[in-house]
Design a protein around this ligand. Structure first.
Ligand code: HEM
Length: 524
């Protein structure tokens, strides 16, 4: 009798539970404003299907909806709720107007914890201290000169000889790999004032470069894995977390050694203006006056600061250069106009140069390039279509309605698609997908400052605007002027420019090119 009862009772309970969950599921599906909402799973299946092409997928969704914001919900009973936006007034509101309501948040900090408490990872007071120090270092004229000199040196002594070798031998090279190596060398030099020679004809291996790549890969996987899982992997020291922990030891040993050496040099009165030197000096001067300032001997603070600055610089530069060369290779008219400007500049410089200094190959100084309008327009246009940092994420502290009417609540995540901003017809016009540097130049031949209108967001906006913007232009212009002036770059046919899953925008399979020496006819 008992057996019979339980036999009919158990299915009944299951049915009740099933109907109960189904009703909740259907209710949530009906009331959710999220796109592609699957019963119980929310938008997760669609996100997973598009996880290797999020910037493009977001752009397609904005296009199909005809508006600049949409919601994504996580599975039922999770708190995962996102607003994805490329609406430029929302972006201005989040990054500028109500900045304090939208920190990076604790999840971001945990995912990026290998970077420590550096500027990329920090919020509130910790971020303010980092920002103040880094800002002082970046605006110093001595640092700007160091950066210009270093960029020219790496281009002249390492990049151009390597490319000349490739041109001479008729071989093929991955230009993305070359750009990575360039960015590594210049940015390690900007941070520590040392020369690494990772970019050279032999394409040597470098354990610091390898280690930073491994740490970044682990950080990327933390984005797509449930937090408890990667934390367990950390605890048991397995998988990518094990590789990352080992790589961090390599980074730390390099960085602490460089900090030790720099302090020794400064004590001996050797002057230098790299980012580390300024941080050490500021740490010494201010630690007694301001309570939140790092202590004089806090080397962990210096390690975290340098790792953030180095990481922020090198990946963004490598990305921007690669997409620049690809876009220009597809737009011969733009290349011709850049060359025209460079020819004029070279002709004017030639009068001051000795016979030997004006021979092929010629490497321009970034200070001379800063006045070239078309060159600046091409670089901006390339960053408009391929911003090196395609997505930016924020959390919400207080409930608020954004300028386009989207409601965001505490704990929600906001994903700002910087990549999509440049691809919206209602922001950049119907020709937004065309590579058209002319849109940056007015009828008088002067540059239009789109960044003042919050339309150009590649360098972020507001208090967390990229601190390396000027140094980025210095590096990019020095490289592209030297490469285009001295070589004809032929991008090999049939390459797929899919994105590689990464925090910055890279090409999945690199950018294979062949090169030829370019001899320019110029007016005397
Ligand atoms: C084309 C090149 C570059 C682009 C497109 C770019 C873009 C950006 C973006 C979008 C952010 C905001 C990131 C966020 O809030 O999570 C940022 C922040 C930052 N960038 Fe750049 N960046 C570039 C090059 C550089 C370089 C060369 C440096 C110098 C080493 C640099 C240093 C920084 C720093 C320190 C921050 C953090 C600012 C803060 O949080 O207060 N960037 N950059």
């Amino acid at each position: 009798m008992v057996v019979n009862l339980s036999k009919s009772f158990v299915p009944a309970i299951f049915s009740v539970f099933f109907i109960f969950f189904l009703s909740i599921g259907i209710f949530l599906k009906k009331t959710s404003k999220a796109i592609d909402y699957w019963l119980f799973l929310g938008s997760l299946p669609t996100v997973v299907m598009n996880s290797n092409r999020l910037p493009d997928w977001f752009t397609e969704v904005f296009h199909s909806l005809g508006r600049g914001s949409f919601y994504i919900d996580g599975p039922i009973f999770t708190k995962l709720k996102y607003l994805v936006t490329c609406h430029h007034q929302n972006i201005e509101y989040i990054l500028k107007t109500d900045f304090n309501n939208f920190p990076k948040g604790p999840d971001f900090t945990q995912i990026f914890d290998p970077l420590g408490n550096g500027i990329l990872n920090a919020d509130s007071d910790a971020w303010k201290v980092q920002r103040r120090m880094a800002h002082t270092a970046f605006v110093a004229s001595e640092f700007k000169d160091l950066l210009s000199d270093m960029s020219r040196k790496v281009v002249g002594e390492q990049l151009v000889p390597l490319l000349a070798h490739v041109a001479r031998t008729g071989s093929t090279i991955d230009l993305q790999e070359v750009c990575f190596r360039f960015a590594f060398d210049v940015n390690i030099s900007a941070a520590f004032g040392v020369q690494e020679n990772y970019l050279s004809t032999e394409l040597p291996s470098n354990d610091l470069a390898e280690a930073t790549g491994q740490v970044q890969e682990a950080i990327l996987y933390r984005h797509v894995m449930p937090m408890f899982l990667w934390k367990l992997m950390c605890l048991f020291n397995i998988g990518r977390e094990r590789v990352s922990a080992k790589a961090l030891k390599t980074i730390d040993s390099h960085f602490y050694q460089l900090i030790f050496q720099k302090k020794k040099n400064l004590l001996q009165g050797i002057k230098s203006f790299d980012l580390l030197s300024t941080h050490i000096k500021l740490q010494d001067q201010m630690s007694t006056n301001i309570s939140s300032w790092p202590a004089k001997n806090d080397d962990k603070f210096l390690r975290d600061s340098m790792l953030s600055l180095f990481t922020a610089g090198k990946d963004a530069i490598a990305s921007s250069l690669t997409w620049f060369f690809w876009l220009v290779s597809k737009t011969p008219a733009a290349e011709a106009k850049v060359l025209q400007e460079l020819k004029l500049l070279f002709s004017s410089k030639k009068r001051e140069l000795s016979e030997e200094a004006s021979e092929w190959p010629y490497v321009f100084d970034a200070r001379d390039l800063s006045g070239l309008v078309y060159l600046h327009a091409v670089v901006c246009e390339s960053l408009r279509l391929y911003p090196s940092v395609p997505l930016n994420s924020k959390t919400v502290l207080k409930e608020v309605v954004l300028p386009d009417g989207s409601l965001v609540k505490p704990g929600m995540q906001i994903v700002i698609s910087l990549y999509s901003v440049g691809r919206m017809p209602w922001i950049w016009g119907e020709d937004c997908l065309e590579f058209k540097p002319e849109r940056w130049i007015d009828d008088d031949g002067k540059l239009i400052r789109h960044d003042n209108m919050s339309k150009f967001v590649a360098f972020n906006l507001g208090p967390r605007t990229c601190l390396g913007k000027d140094t980025a232009f210095t590096q990019i212009k020095t490289v592209v002027a030297a490469v285009l002036f001295n070589f004809q770059v032929e991008v090999l046919e049939g390459q797929h420019t899919f994105f590689k899953p990464a925090i910055t925008l890279h090409m999945e399979k690199g950018l294979k090119v062949k090169l030829q020496k370019r001899i320019i006819e110029y007016a005397t």
